[in-house]
Design a protein around this ligand. Structure first.
Ligand code: ZN
Ligand code: ZN
Length: 416
């Protein structure tokens, strides 16, 4: 087999620091990083889109048993219960938390299905290799853009970890077995992660085309926030010819929106550390439990790694996100230029890690569905769970609406 030749990549605009740079020809299996801030600009994986399509098809097949077969089967005092992926959402809805139930249903069932439904036809059409008509191109660009937007909200791998935590807590009070659906869900989650590993969205965008907008080869440029297409600054306000997103110099209203979402999340974060998130009712006795108490319980069971994961995901990560975003906003407002690299790295970390905070939300939904043995033992969700889910969603929205390039604009402004 001949090695894939180095590919010309042309001019590219860093989504994190806003530096326009011309990349050298890139050999196969290599990664191009921004010369200024180290952001991964593109990964060159020959055959990546084909492998991603094969894996996405496998994921679609696994989706059926993962959603229709029991994940866990619990036995307690002669009674038996099992859960499906959707029953957690349903149990929360019936328990008087319709909003929380809807969120859990969206993250664990609807978003993964919609993500695959958008990704599969996008990759199939791109890989057919025929010239795309303009109509197909714009429709395809829109569809692929939706798959990228849905991906962070498709929390399959987070749900898996939530299930592991729920499993250990159920084992504490009853007999529990992993069902066929549980193993299928594990395989589904691993396949989804494999799709991420082989798919470079920029390669798909280049296949959809166009590769550039006339006038973007030199001079001041902007890039599309949807697909990264570079365009000359003069077309600001127009629609991207590739994915249909409105072209802007910086994310519109990035500062104010991030500030409002961060402030609201801070307030709710305080509540989540005080209010109980769930309650275990044993023989009529109500034992409310906070996030912190859950961590303590895992430690008492000797499950240190799991306790560490829940502590980091539920307590540390939201705090790091909120403090980080506050720091970024202050730096922009006050014109701080020092440590802009550290801030940019922290921003990338925050963007990547945010969704993992949902472990506890999923754990609660699973326990509420599984541990329902009348007056003997029963788990109920508590208002703290609603506040906590709101913190996760608000911080995710805050970091997504933030534009790290505003921090670099301050640095560039101070150089002049
Ligand atoms: Zn950069
Ligand atoms: Zn675009």
């Amino acid at each position: 087999m001949n090695p894939a030749p180095a590919e010309r990549m042309g001019r590219i605009y860093c989504p994190d620091c806003g530096l326009a740079q011309t990349l050298p020809p890139l050999p196969a299996h290599s990664v191009a990083e921004c010369g200024r801030c180290g952001a991964v600009l593109l990964r060159r994986i020959p055959g990546g889109a084909g492998a991603a399509l094969a894996l996405a098809l496998a994921a679609a097949l696994l989706l059926l048993p993962a959603n229709l077969e029991p994940l866990m089967v619990v036995r307690f005092e002669g009674a038996e219960r099992y859960n499906l992926t959707a029953t957690g959402a349903w149990a929360l809805w019936n328990d008087g938390y319709p909003g929380l139930g809807t969120l859990v249903g969206l993250f664990s069932v609807a978003a993964p299905i919609l993500w695959l439904a958008a990704l599969l036809p996008s990759l199939t059409l791109v890989l057919r290799g025929r010239r795309l008509s303009d109509g197909t191109r714009s429709w395809l660009g829109w569809l692929f853009r939706q798959s990228l937007r849905l991906r962070p909200w498709a929390m399959t791998e987070v749900y898996l970890l939530g299930s592991v935590v729920a499993y250990t807590r159920v084992r504490d009070v009853a007999q529990v077995e992993i069902g066929f659906g549980g193993w299928a869900f594990l395989a589904f989650a691993l396949t989804v992660l494999a799709v991420d590993a082989v798919l470079d969205p920029r390669a798909v965008w280049r296949a959809i085309g166009p590769g550039s907008v006339a006038g973007s080869e030199t001079g001041d440029v902007i890039d599309c926030h949807g697909c990264g297409l570079m365009a000359p600054l003069t077309v600001e306000g127009a629609r991207c010819p590739r994915c249909g997103t409105a072209l802007h110099w910086r994310r519109p209203d990035a500062f104010n929106r991030t500030a409002a979402l961060t402030a609201a999340a801070f307030f709710l974060y305080i509540l989540t550390n005080i209010l109980p998130i769930l309650s275990i009712v044993r023989f009529g006795r109500d034992e409310p439990s906070t996030i912190f108490a859950g961590v303590r319980e895992l430690i008492q069971l000797g499950l240190w790694p799991l306790a560490a994961i829940v502590f980091v995901a539920s307590i540390a990560v939201p705090l790091i996100k909120l403090s980080g975003l506050t720091w970024f906003l202050l730096a922009i407002r006050r014109g701080f230029t020092r440590q802009v690299m550290l801030r940019t790295r922290l921003y990338r970390f925050i963007e990547g890690i945010g969704r993992w905070s949902n472990i506890d939300v999923f754990m609660i939904s699973i326990l509420t569905a599984l541990v329902q043995f009348g007056s003997l033992t029963r788990v109920e969700a508590k208002p703290g769970a609603v506040a906590f889910a709101a913190v996760v969603v608000l911080t995710m929205l805050a970091s997504r609406s933030f534009d790290a390039r505003l921090m670099w604009d301050v640095v560039e402004g101070s150089d002049e």
